[in-house]
Design a protein around this ligand. Structure first.
Ligand code: SF4
Ligand code: SF4
Length: 468
């Protein structure tokens, strides 16, 4: 069975970006996003300084977390080892970007779907090599079949010491590097200084092109544009002024001997914004209120006579709000039903959608029992089925976050318990508002506000940190 991979030979790469340009041309990749890019790092202080180049792209991992989390199988591993994507299935949920430890994916600003290097699968199928391999002037990119011991790639790998990016992520990458450094491969080894062109995006992927236009007119002091402008000015200035300008330009540069990132792909900013933290909160209100009220009722601590409609109303209302927020966060919201119609059951987004649908069904059946005044024992049976559904509705996001392997959420072993605590606390606060006096209502409102603020922080912070 064929298993395609790449070798990136850093002994040869001259950092010319021909591969990036060939890829952009082959796949019509828009401004601000890349399927492959050349990272530069610099070490030392002039004149004892050096610059290293390395090509970064999708690693076509054998155990790819992006395919596991993708709810619609838009990302999939072909039988020849290529991790490909189908933009007809993609709903733009950005989960794959949270899962890829190599920051290899982007959302295409033109069509709102995920994209990345697909090994030029269309060329491979016609017996051509990928565009980047063809164009590289020094043959620093080698493609081939890793399972064929006679292939150029296998021979190169057999004869040289190689390494892969982040072996500790256990993704089994199929892109091998010759003669590279830890500083180059490990994104945490160098800081993203913001000193290279377009190193930050304003607000996540898909907004970059607009931001780039704005920055053209108003660069800040960390921008490479300032460096370039100062250099231009120094050329035309009188010798005395030129010296002052060069002095300013030099001060803007980092003179630390530590390796620094001189050029890289732009940061993609916050991928899951306020909609995601808000939906976690609304979901906890819907599920927690029902769960706490039903447990207290079945245990004999709560008289539900006047509470059925408020509890079920809050459940249905906040669950509907949760659905709206989930859909709003998608870059292709009109495709939201693909989660249920084209499901990938290994994704917790799909399992979560099934759980939410089940919980919604219990709330709907309870409503019917109340409207038609049916046998009250039915409410007890529904509560016994509904409590586990409500509990799972509150906590399934913890398992989704744990599939997001590129973020620190995935390392948090207590995440499920934290979500359970949050759901219970929020549910208790809402029940307190329904039955309590003014003091209890005030206390409950503060609890709800704290969890809303805390949830926002929990969702955003790992997305600002370096990808792990
Ligand atoms: S996890 Fe990232 S690098 Fe690995 S196959 Fe998916 S997109 Fe490519
Ligand atoms: S559906 Fe979501 S996870 Fe799948 S490719 Fe599209 S953005 Fe990525």
């Amino acid at each position: 069975m064929v298993n395609y991979g790449f070798a990136i030979d850093n002994r040869k790469c001259i950092g010319c970006h021909a591969c990036t340009v060939a890829c952009k041309s082959e796949h019509d990749v828009p401004v601000g996003v890349n399927r492959t890019h050349v990272k530069y790092i610099e070490t030392g202080v002039y004149p004892n300084s050096s610059r290293e180049f390395s090509v970064h792209r999708c690693n076509h991992c054998e155990d790819a977390p992006c395919t596991t989390i993708c709810p619609t199988s838009a990302l999939n591993t072909r039988s020849d080892g290529i991790v490909d994507f189908d933009d007809e299935r993609c709903i733009g949920c950005k989960s794959c970007m949270q899962a890829c430890p190599y920051d290899a994916l982007y959302i295409d600003p033109n069509n709102g779907t995920a994209a990345k290097c697909n090994y030029c699968a269309h060329r491979i199928e016609n017996s051509y090599e990928p565009a980047c391999v063809i164009v590289c002037p020094v043959e620093a990119i080698v493609s081939g079949d890793l399972h064929d011991p006679e292939s150029n790639l296998s021979v190169l790998l057999a004869e040289n010491e190689t390494t892969v990016r982040k072996p500790e992520a256990n993704t089994i990458p199929n892109v091998y590097y010759l003669d590279t450094s830890e500083d180059m491969l490990n994104p945490n080894a160098t800081e993203a200084t913001g000193s290279y062109m377009w190193s930050e995006q304003a607000a996540g992927v898909g907004h970059f092109a607009k931001y780039a236009d704005q920055r053209l007119g108003a660069s800040d002091s960390h921008s490479m544009l300032v460096q370039l402008a100062l250099e231009m000015k120094a050329k035309d200035a009188a010798p005395r002024d030129a010296a002052i300008i060069r002095d300013v330009a030099q001060k803007l540069q980092d003179t630390s001997p530590k390796a620094k990132r001189a050029y890289d792909a732009p940061s993609k900013g916050i991928l899951w914004g306020w909609e995601v933290s808000a939906y976690i909160w609304t979901k906890a209100v819907a599920a927690g209120t029902y769960m706490v009220a039903m447990i207290a009722w079945l245990a004999g601590y709560l008289d539900m006579a006047d509470l059925w409609w408020p509890v079920i109303g809050i459940g249905i209302g906040f669950l509907a709000l949760t659905g709206l927020l989930l859909v709003k966060d998608l870059d292709r919201p009109e495709r939201f039903l693909y989660v249920l119609l084209r499901p990938n059951f290994s994704s917790w987004l799909v399992k979560g959608a099934v759980i939410i649908s089940g919980f919604g069904g219990i709330l709907a059946l309870t409503t019917l029992v109340l409207i038609f005044d049916l046998d009250q024992n039915l409410l007890i049976y529904l509560a016994y089925i509904g409590i586990p559904f409500a509990c799972l509705t509150g906590i399934y996001t913890a398992w989704l976050f744990q599939q997001a392997k590129a973020r620190s959420w995935s390392k948090d072993k207590m995440l499920v318990w934290k979500f359970l605590f949050e759901t219970t606390a929020i549910g208790s606060a809402v029940v307190m508002i329904l039955i309590g006096n003014a003091i209890m209502i005030l206390f409950a409102a503060i609890v709800l506000a704290i969890f809303a603020y805390h949830g926002h922080h929990v969702v955003q912070k790992p997305q600002i940190e370096s990808i792990i």
